[in-house]
Structures are given as C-alpha cells and as structure tokens.
Design a protein around this ligand. Structure first.
Ligand code: DAK
Length: 256
C-alpha cells in the first residue's frame, strides 16, 4: 500500500502524505516513499511548483513514528535520521518552490518537514511543536538548525527545550508560517500561490530561489556578488527577451 498520493496538474505536483490512521506519522517506509515522490517532482522539467500536505482534516504529520522509534538501536536511529535529512535536504534544494499546506498537527518531524519547504501555509487548526524532549530525544530531522534560522534562537529554544505546542495564530506571529486560512481555504490558497509562481519566468524563479538559498550560507558581500552574477546571466535568454518584449507590447508573457 502506498503512503503517498501524487497529483500532477498544470505544472504543479501535489504530494499528499497518506497515513491518516496514524495521523500521517512518518516511519522509514513513508520517508522512502515521500523521498521518491519529491525526487520525481523535482526532476520533472514540466513542474514549476510542488505542494506537500497531509491526508485527512486533522493532521499534516504528527511526527516521526514513535512506535517504530521505540524499538530502534543507535544504528537504526542513525539510518532513520539520515533518511530524514536526505529527504528534507532534497525538499530544501528543490529548484522550484515547495509549498507546505499544513492542515492540522505538525509535530516533531511534521514541523521539521514544513521547515524544509520554502513557503508554509497553515489552516487555522494547525498546531506546531517540537516535543521530542518529552520522549527523551531531540529533533532529529533538522529542527535544531532550521527552526532557529527561521524564528530566531530564543523562540527556537523555547519551543524545543519547552516541548510545548503553538497554534496557528502564534506560528504566524513569530514568522513560522506565511499565512493562516480557514481549513477549507488551505488547498485552494496553495493552488492559487502555485499558479501565480508558474506564470512567472521559470528560470527566473529558479535562479531567484537559488540566490536566496545560497545567500543564507554567505556573507552579505558574497551574496550580493552571487546575485549580480546570476542577474547578469539571465540577460539575453529567450525567457528574458519574451518577458521584456511582452511588457513593451502590453501583453502577458508566454513563458511555458
Ligand atoms: N507516531 C506513531 N503513531 C502516532 C503518532 C506518532 N508520532 N502520532 C499519532 N499516532 C497514532 C496514535 O498512536 C493513534 O494510533 P492508535 O494507537 O490508535 O493505533 C493514532 O495515531 C491517532 O492518534 P491519537 O489517538 O493519539 O489522536 P489524538 O487526537 O488523541 O491525539 C496527538 C493527537 C497528535 C496530540 C497525539 O497523537 C500525539 O501526541 N502524537 C504524538 C505527537 C508527537 O510527539 N510527535 C513528535 C514525534 S517525535 C531522530 C529522527 C527523527 C526524530 C527524532 C530523532 N533521529 C533518528 C535522531 C523526530 C522525532 C519526532 O518527530
């Protein structure tokens, strides 16, 4: 049985983590299937945006599978941790934007998956948390690194060391999510945003994303140089010529 549903429509792939009976908790099989689905979407030249969500109306991902982890040796835990890192790095390094549509519980590994996505949209019933310390663990899929980079060290330490949960309004307030909407509006909003992205110059979107991502690991001076080079490289491309010509001719550009 597949734990992943994939829908491809109009340059957008929607990937649904489908294990609702366990609130979409992630075991090694689910991690592997999600990795394969994301790999297929990022390798598809036709795809310009990816949406990741959870099946059902209660949960995005309620975390790594605690029952499976309770049986793991140190070696198995390292393998599980590595598989999670590989998956989340794949998402973060996707050439095209990945949107997390967070439809309920996003706990532990669930928050961590959303952190690897480029844009986080949440339903009003979304609940975030890094409760691993309550299990005698720490976040193992990048939470100690990505959360602090997104919301700042103080908030990250409060969430990780406290192990508490935060609701969607607080997540919005601290910058953990981009927008909060009614549950029924979540997927339509994700689709609307994806639609907006795919209407833009595909290479320009990819290059902009790459600059932002690379800039996180560079000094401002190095990042600005990187941007300057990337910006210049776009000049004279068919895409750039079409975009600027369409503006002059007062018509929408045809990029795809
Ligand atoms: N794992 C396994 N099963 C889970 C689960 C999880 N994380 N969350 C929910 N389920 C299962 C429940 O066991 C239950 O199944 P049955 O026992 O009935 O068969 C079913 O989903 C429905 O859950 P509940 O009956 O509990 O539903 P409620 O509405 O009452 O409660 C809840 C919802 C989300 C508040 C509750 O299920 C809950 O507290 N779940 C656990 C949330 C959590 O603590 N998540 C963080 C997991 S720790 C590492 C790699 C990765 C990680 C760490 C280290 N390395 C290898 C180093 C990551 C760790 C985590 O993500």
């Amino acid at each position: 049985m597949s734990f992943i549903l994939i829908e491809k429509s109009n340059h957008v792939t929607t990937i649904t983590i489908n294990r609702p009976e366990a609130l979409n908790a992630m075991n090694l099989i689910v991690v592997g299937e999600l990795h394969k689905a994301v790999q297929t979407a990022v390798s598809d030249a036709e795809i310009g945006a990816i949406i990741i969500t959870g099946a059902g109306d209660k949960s995005f991902v309620a975390g790594a599978d605690i029952k499976a982890m309770s049986q793991m040796t140190k070696t198995a835990a390292r393998e599980f941790g590595r598989a999670g890192h590989d998956l989340l790095n794949l998402i973060e390094n996707s050439p095209n934007p990945v949107i997390a549509a967070i439809n309920g519980f996003a706990l532990g590994g669930g928050t961590e998956i959303s952190l690897a996505c480029h844009i986080r949209l949440a339903a009003e019933n979304a609940i975030f948390g890094q409760p691993e310390v309550k299990l005698g663990l720490i976040p193992g899929w990048g939470g100690t690194q990505r959360l602090a980079r997104l919301v700042g060290k103080g908030k990250a330490i409060e969430m990780i060391a406290g192990g508490g949960i935060i609701k969607s309004d607080e997540a919005l307030r601290i910058g953990l999510v981009n927008q909060v909407v009614e549950p029924s509006d979540l997927i339509p909003l994700a689709n609307k945003l994806a639609e907006k992205i795919i209407q833009n110059g595909p290479a320009a979107v990819r290059v902009a994303l790459d600059c932002i991502r690379r800039g996180q690991d560079l000094s401002l001076t190095e990042g600005l140089e990187y941007e300057l080079e990337a910006f210049s490289q776009l000049f004279g491309t068919a895409e750039m010529l079409e975009g600027t010509k369409a503006f002059v001719e007062k018509r929408p550009p045809k990029f795809r």
